[in-house]
Design a protein around this ligand. Structure first.
Ligand SMILES: Nc1c(NC[C@H](O)[C@H](O)[C@H](O)CO)[nH]c(=O)[nH]c1=O
Ligand SMILES: CC(=O)[C@@H](O)COP(=O)(O)O
Length: 139
């Protein structure tokens, strides 16, 4: 059994609740435990994971959040840089699943956040589980 840290960027409460439900269900179904911390937005998620990883308390990480396009270029920054930060941490050996939604509108986000539909929270948790298993194999 491993302890997972879920790091959620709580920008849209109702969407985050759906993502959390999916991620927690997937982690528990695999027989693992989890804790959750909350940061303001997706740009803070990679840094929070880096800080938590240094504590040695967690075997794997799940990043959750929702980035919905607005009027400016900021969407590209938030979506792209949060993903880039998570990829860098993954390439550095952390077992991470990325469940930060990047959508054009709320309807797209709802479909992807719901466990009964595209379940991107559960998908991210399953990716973290898979990467943890790889760490065990190659670590
Ligand atoms: N617009 C969204 C943001 N923006 C906030 C940034 O993520 C960050 O918290 C801020 O720039 C301070 O550093 N975050 C989301 O998660 N989702 C959005 O739609
Ligand atoms: C993804 C974003 O940063 C977005 O929510 C911000 O909206 P805007 O580009 O209209 O400031």
């Amino acid at each position: 059994m491993a302890n997972f840290l879920i790091v959620e960027a709580r920008f849209y409460d109702h969407l985050n609740d759906l993502l959390l439900d999916g991620a927690r269900s997937a982690i528990e179904a695999a027989g693992h435990t989890h804790e959750t911390i909350t940061v303001p937005g997706a740009l803070e998620v990679p840094g929070a994971i880096a800080l938590a990883a240094d504590s040695g308390q967690y075997s794997a990480f799940v990043a959750l959040g929702v980035v919905i396009r607005g009027e400016t270029y900021h969407f590209e920054i938030v979506a792209g840089e949060s993903a880039r930060g998570l990829m860098a941490l993954s390439m550095d050996g952390l077992a991470i699943g990325n469940g930060i939604l990047t959508t054009e509108d709320e309807a797209q986000a709802l479909t992807r956040a719901r466990k009964t539909e595209k379940d991107k929270g559960g998908e991210a948790a399953k990716a973290a589980i898979a990467m943890l298993e790889l760490k065990g194999r190659f670590g």
